[in-house]
Design a protein around this ligand. Structure first.
Ligand code: SF4
Length: 238
């Protein structure tokens, strides 16, 4: 299975709360009206310019081992390898909201319009995460439809550059998946263009294989610790 999805912008648009959170403003802090208006303006620009699209391709465990091992620069201890080795299914993916939003963010910063520029940047980052989550949900539904997913199953996604999977892993991932078919390219530093893109692997397995603690050597440098919330969601069947 290899498929490209043009996704509905309405399902990939972040809320004002999510955008403010992305800016480091928690909901309990009661931001002023002007800040809320800037967030609303950023969301409106995002909705006008973003074009969410994703590609997904299933891959065997044997082939994905070659992708994951990449140039041999991964951390020795990482949650990714033990989990995918116990997986039922694996699918590589890439998503983007395309270049127009990224160009607009750059234009706003170039013109010193930092308030709306940084708010649009936060909206675009949150939106790209939502595109990745939407693609994960589509894959989960596909697995349900073909009888590969039951109440004991879960799916979780990982990306090169996180959780001990070295960023150079992008090279092999791109060689197999070809995200350039949806307009995503890779530069010499393994950064994706457009910048608001996410790639990685979605793993299907029994919920118990996804239990791990955020205590790896590299977790101290992790700004988000999103694994905690994502494992909780998986356990709760959300
Ligand atoms: S804390 Fe961060 S780096 Fe560590 S496993 Fe969780 S998401 Fe990955």
């Amino acid at each position: 299975m290899r498929k490209i999805y043009n996704l509905n912008i309405e399902t990939c648009t972040p809320s004002v709360e999510a955008v403010l959170r992305g800016q480091g403003i928690p909901s309990w802090s009661q931001p002023d009206q002007r800040t809320i208006q800037i967030a609303q303006q950023a969301i409106s620009i995002y909705k006008e310019l973003a074009s969410p699209i994703g590609i997904i391709m299933e891959i065997s465990k044997e082939d994905f081992t070659e992708v994951y091992d990449g140039d041999g620069r991964n951390e020795i201890e990482s949650p990714v390898k033990p989990i995918f080795q116990q997986a039922g299914e694996l699918a590589m993916f890439a998503v983007t909201i395309e270049e127009e939003v990224c160009s607009e963010i750059k234009r706003l910063f170039d013109e010193n319009d930092y308030a709306i520029g940084s708010m649009l940047d936060a909206a675009a980052s949150e939106g790209t995460e939502m595109v990745a989550q939407t693609l994960e949900n589509i894959y989960r539904q596909h697995l349900i439809n073909i009888g590969r997913f039951d109440s004991r199953s879960g799916v979780l996604r990982f990306s090169p550059g996180y959780c001990g999977w070295h960023i150079s892993g992008q090279r092999k991932l791109f060689q197999h998946l070809h995200p350039e078919d949806i307009g995503i390219t890779l530069n010499q530093s393994f950064l994706m263009q457009p910048l608001k893109s996410i790639s990685g692997v979605i793993i299907l397995g029994k919920k118990k294989i996804f239990q791990f603690e955020d205590t790896f050597s590299f977790c101290g440098d992790c700004a988000t610790h999103t694994c905690i919330e994502r494992i909780k969601m998986l356990r709760d069947g959300r």
